[in-house]
Design a binder for this molecule. Structure first.
Ligand SMILES: *Cc1c(COP(=O)(O)O)cnc(C)c1O
Length: 372
């Protein structure tokens, strides 16, 4: 049996008719940039999240940059973000001219450690960017307390946490703004690059919209210089077709995770992903930890099971951040997990027999190890 890491074709097949029609409507109307579908998506996303403003943009990296830029983050400032994330989180901080300051992650949940955040705050700190990584919510109570105490902005990176919840509140509505990616492999994925910002701050929303459109809300009236970061018509149409199904697909991810948990709970050599109390995890990724990770990954490959590491190097260990001169002891947990984490196949359409096969293969690997 072959088990892919994600299967975008399976999801496309499940909505093929509506999807093909929606894309052809865009072609017929040549509504390639802007237009009804983009406006519709904006409204639908606002409604789903119960927020006042959604600003559709080109991708989930721009959305982070635009938010920070419009919050006034600039050279001389510092922004705190977790050591374990995708580089968008930190590179956008640098793009504003500010300095990325990395915090370690929590032992249990892979998310940014609020205790470490406190230690990193200086008079230059302007914002915290928690990343709800793998679909797991950060400890938003602790983070908001710190932010309020030190008068800091909170920018939630929700690229991996569409519809995750913390105490009944969805990821993206707790801080000053939420940043979303609709990269094809994300929980809500377009068929190309796409992203969005959500916020209840009207002035921020207006400025983000302006900045993303060359600094002009009305054609030729440029109030400032901006960038070009637009959601295009075809991507909006794709997202509009997917939105009515997204909560069901999210639920299927959860059921798949539960099934993995059941099958794998007996293996002492691995740690299964824990879910924070009073939160809803959305399992963008199902990440286990194992001491013999590399050997295990190789074994899975041999058995036709795709797997991945998120991420093989934590951000401070990347060459791009050599200039910060960090050492392993700066981020003990993130550094330890770098060698242990392994992401198993996870997507809504993953079948029960596939989960069973992956799980049995894992069990066999550890049984084999014991008899050696
Ligand atoms: C995917 C991702 C992004 C960037 O999104 P793009 O749409 O690919 O630009 C940002 N942050 C995190 C944590 C991500 O996983």
């Amino acid at each position: 049996m072959n088990v892919p890491f994600v299967d975008l074709k399976a999801q496309y097949n499940s909505v093929k008719k509506e999807m093909d029609e929606a894309i052809h409507r865009i072609l017929d109307n040549t509504a390639f940039i802007g237009g009804n579908e983009v406006d519709e998506f904006e409204k639908a996303f606002e409604e789903l999240y119960g927020v006042d403003h959604c600003v559709p943009v080109g991708n989930g990296t721009d959305s982070l940059y635009i938010i920070m830029k419009m919050l006034g983050i600039s050279p001389g400032d510092e922004v705190i973000t977790p050591a374990n994330s995708w580089i968008s989180s930190s590179e956008t901080i640098t793009q504003t001219g500010a300095k990325p300051v990395f915090a370690d992650i929590e032992e249990e949940y892979f998310t940014i450690d609020p205790n470490h955040i406190e230690q990193l705050i200086t008079e230059k700190t302007k914002a915290i960017m928690p990343v709800h990584i793998f679909g797991q919510m950060c400890d938003m109570d602790a983070i908001m307390d710190i932010a309020n105490k030190h008068d800091l902005f909170v920018i939630e990176d929700c690229a991996q946490s569409h519809f995750s919840e913390f105490k009944g509140k969805r990821a993206g509505v707790i801080g000053d703004a939420g940043s979303f990616s609709f990269y094809p492999g994300k929980n809500l994925g377009a068929y190309g690059d796409a992203g969005a910002i959500i916020t209840n701050n009207e002035e921020l929303a207006e400025n983000c919209k302006m900045f993303a459109r060359h600094g002009a809300l009305k054609k030729h009236e440029h109030e400032m210089e901006g960038i070009n970061s637009r959601l295009d018509g075809i991507q909006a149409a794709v997202l509009n077709v997917k939105l009515p199904h997204i909560l069901k697909w999210t639920e299927q991810r959860n059921q798949n995770a539960q099934l993995y948990n059941q099958y794998l709970s007996g293996i002492d050599e691995i740690d299964l992903p824990k879910v924070r109390n009073n939160t809803k995890h959305t399992f963008h990724l199902y990440v286990i930890r194992a001491q013999r990770r590399d050997e295990l990954a190789e074994y899975l490959d041999e058995k036709g099971i795709s797997n991945a590491i998120h991420y093989p190097r934590i951000l401070p260990n990347l060459q791009a951040y050599d200039y910060l001169h960090h050492s392993c002891t700066d981020f003990p947990i993130a550094n330890k997990y770098e060698r242990q984490i392994l992401s198993l196949p996870m997507y809504p359409e993953l079948r029960k027999d596939q989960i069973k096969y992956v799980s049995e293969t894992l069990i066999n690997f550890f049984r084999k190890g014991k008899s050696k």
